[in-house]
Design a protein around this ligand. Structure first.
Ligand code: 5AD
Ligand code: SF4
Length: 439
């Protein structure tokens, strides 16, 4: 059988998509972990920031050299960058044989055949329906403990800085029945943690046999499959994180007490310019409700520094909001103008790079303080931890995460990967909690 090597960049949605691609090609290709034995290399790309695209361009140049030594090697580009730059890339990048956008993976076998007879090909059609619902993803790069299930595709929010609505198309949900079936299969295979994935999972909605299933209901259905399997989800848009969803997370022990709720900016002027459709006050009210209904919930976020027209005062408001929420973790970025997104057409990217950089550094420094504070608060507490692997730093330690998504490191005792153990926290750094197993 021919060998397929997939390299995945960007978000977890791409990881889930690569698993779908592996399944679509499974009749002809076996996944390989060694790029040198590959007959076909697929690069699943991300376009969210310019930096990501630059990295992929560099990678394509390296693969071009590889291909010169191995003329029968085929190279294909998948994902958001395929959609954004389209066939232009086929001309610009000699290494490439084929391009498939995020909704075109079913056409990969045909594209590969055409490429084999020397015709460079592409399919970047977006779809209003494609959810790859009937495809059983092949989880080829797995620890056997945690798995992702993609529950919806696309995004309708059109935040002005973002390419996703253009590269991944309109929002559409999978049927709840196939999601539940997939979750049950994972549980039967021994997985202990399932993450439900979508750009905006809170607007999940399916209707089957007269039953309307919203995200809160779907989460409940998955949580009820087994009390011993944790359920996580990503990502939520603050505009529709409902009381019903918060109550569902509170109700089930195996619904992880961790909510990733990207705020992006702390000032109302910036939020409006980003088309986030909520205010600072609304966001803080949602946070207060989460804290009231789930007192032990960790909250993480995404923040963009230096969006168009951001004043020093706007930036200070981002810092003050971060302090007010007390995030346990954050993903922080400099604004990167994207040609096809709305902001590039409407506003000037007018914050100098060194100002963006300085603001980002201040945001990162503050988050380190907040993460440390949040971790220090956990010293003395005991958490249930899912053992995920051996610590990279010390061969005498294992690591795992608690419900709040924090990493705990602890000395090995008689436990195995995939077990739940109780760990009492004794010390911490900004990134990890250290503790010992208690009975
Ligand atoms: N520039 C910088 N960060 C961006 N993100 C999305 N688009 C951009 C952009 N153009 C960030 C947002 C989003 C995360 C996935 O990436 O914070 O939540
Ligand atoms: Fe992009 Fe906004 Fe959609 Fe997230 S919600 S994918 S930031 S448009």
């Amino acid at each position: 059988m021919k060998k397929l090597y997939i390299e995945t960049y960007g978000c977890q949605m791409n990881v889930a998509d690569s698993e779908v691609v592996a399944s679509i090609l499974a009749d002809e290709y076996q996944i390989s972990k060694d790029i040198n034995e590959a007959d076909l290399i697929l690069i699943n790309t991300c376009s969210v920031r310019d930096h990501a695209e630059q990295r992929i361009r560099k990678r394509l140049a390296e693969l071009g050299i590889m291909k010169k030594k191995k003329p029968f090697l085929q190279i294909g580009l998948l994902g958001c960058m395929a959609e954004r730059v389209k066939e232009k890339l086929l001309n610009e990048e000699n290494a490439l044989d084929l391009i498939a956008g995020p909704d075109a993976y079913r056409s990969l076998p045909a594209l590969i055949q055409e490429a084999a007879i020397g015709k460079k090909t592409f399919n970047v059609m977006l779809s209003l329906e494609e959810t790859y619902d009937d495809i059983d993803p092949i989880r080829y790069d797995t620890n056997g403990i945690s798995a992702f299930i993609s529950i919806m595709r696309g995004c309708n929010n059109f935040c002005t800085y973002c390419v996703v609505p253009y590269t991944r198309g309109r929002e559409r949900s999978r049927s709840s029945q196939t999601i539940i079936r997939e979750a049950q299969q994972l549980i039967n295979q021994g997985y202990k943690e399932i993450t439900l994935l979508g750009q905006n999972v809170n607007s999940y909605r399916s209707e089957e046999n007269g039953e309307v299933v919203n995200f809160a209901r779907l989460l409940e259905k998955v949580a009820l499959l087994s009390p011993h399997v944790r359920v996580r989800f990503a990502t939520s848009h603050p505009k529709d994180i409902s009381d019903e969803l918060i109550a569902t997370i509170a109700k089930y022990d195996n619904c992880c007490k961790y909510i990733h709720l990207p705020v992006q900016a702390g000032s109302n002027v910036m939020l409006q310019r980003m088309n986030r459709v909520y205010t600072r006050e609304y966001y803080l009210e949602r946070i207060a409700t989460i804290k009231r209904m789930i007192p032990d919930c960790a909250i993480a976020t995404d923040i963009i520094a230096g969006f168009c027209g951001e004043t020093e005062e706007d930036h200070q408001q981002t810092l003050s909001l971060m302090r007010e929420v007390g995030y346990s973790a954050a993903y922080m970025f400099k604004y990167s103008e994207r040609e096809c997104a709305m902001a590039a057409k409407r506003f000037k990217d007018d914050i100098p790079d060194e100002v963006k950089g300085r603001r980002l550094e201040e945001i990162i420094a503050l988050q380190q303080e907040l993460s440390l504070e949040s971790n220090k608060n956990d010293i003395g507490k005991t958490f249930e931890v899912l053992v995920e692997g051996a610590s990279k730093r010390s061969e005498n330690d294992y690591f795992g995460r608690n419900s709040q998504n924090k990493v705990l490191v602890f000395p090995k005792e008689d436990c195995h990967f995939g077990d739940y153990v109780k760990v009492k926290v004794e010390s911490c750094s900004t990134a990890t909690l250290k503790g010992v197993i208690v009975k």
